[in-house]
Design a binder for this molecule. Structure first.
Ligand code: 5GP
Length: 189
C-alpha cells in the first residue's frame, strides 16, 4: 500500500507568532502542504482569498457543515473557522504531509479523528509579550485585541494536550525546533 502523508496540527494563541513560524516552515519544506481553512471573518490587511483563507459567508459556511464537508469547525473570536475534510483526506492519501493551523477546540476534535497526528502548541514567552505583539499588529480593532487576549488564557490552558510545546522566544530557533519535530515524525513514520 502507498505510504500515507503525516498530519501536523499547530495551535496557539493569536499573537504567539504562529503564522510567521508557519510561513517560514512552509518556505523551507516544499513537500509540506498547508490546509487553507474557510472562515466567516473578513480579510485583514493584505490577506488574500484562497491563499490565507477562503473567506465565505455564514450561509455558505453553514451549508458546508450540513453537507459534512468539514473535518472540524469552531467559533473563534466570534467568527466561524473550518477545515476541509476532502482536502485533508485526499492529500494524506496522496502521500503528502499536511499542516493545519487551528484553534484548540478544533484540534481536540481532530485528535480523536486522526489519533496519529503530530500536534504542536506554539506559546508566547509571556502574556505581556503576547499583549504587546497583538497591539503592535495594528490590523485588529481594540475590541478584537481585547477578545483575543481573553481567549489566549483559555487556549494556554489546553497546551498540555499537545505532543510538543514550543515557546516562541525567537523566530529562527522556533522554526528550527519545528523543523526537527517534522523531520523526526516523517523519518519515524
Ligand atoms: P485568525 O483570525 O487570527 O487568522 O485566526 C484565529 C484563530 O482561528 C487562530 O487560533 C487559528 O488557529 C484558528 N483557525 C484558523 N483556521 C481554523 C480552522 O479551520 N478551524 C479551527 N478550529 N480554527 C481555525
Amino acid at each position: 500500500m502507498a505510504k500515507k502523508g503525516r498530519l501536523f496540527i499547530i495551535s496557539g494563541p493569536s499573537g504567539a507568532g504562529k503564522s510567521t513560524v508557519i510561513k517560514a516552515i512552509l518556505g523551507k519544506n516544499r513537500d509540506l502542504r498547508y490546509s487553507i481553512s474557510c472562515t466567516t471573518r473578513p480579510p485583514r490587511g493584505n490577506e488574500q482569498d484562497g491563499v490565507d483563507y477562503y473567506f465565505i459567508t455564514k450561509a455558505a459556511f453553514e451549508k458546508k457543515i450540513d453537507a459534512g464537508q468539514l473535518a472540524e469547525w469552531a467559533e473563534v473570536h466570534g467568527h466561524l473557522y473550518g477545515t476541509s475534510a476532502t482536502y485533508i483526506d485526499e492529500t494524506l492519501t496522496d502521500g503528502q504531509d499536511v499542516l493545519l493551523d487551528i484553534d484548540v477546540e478544533g484540534a481536540k476534535k481532530l485528535f480523536v479523528k486522526y489519533p496519529e497526528a503530530v500536534s504542536i502548541f506554539i506559546a508566547p514567552p509571556t502574556m505581556r509579550k503576547l499583549e504587546e505583539r497583538l497591539a503592535e499588529r495594528d490590523t485588529d480593532s481594540p475590541e478584537a485585541v481585547e477578545r483575543r487576549l481573553k481567549n489566549a488564557e483559555a487556549e494556554m490552558a489546553q497546551a498540555h494536550r499537545y505532543d510538543h510545546i514550543l515557546v516562541n522566544e525567537e523566530l529562527t530557533q522556533t522554526v528550527s525546533r519545528l523543523e526537527t519535530i517534522i523531520g523526526k515524525a516523517c523519518f519515524n513514520g
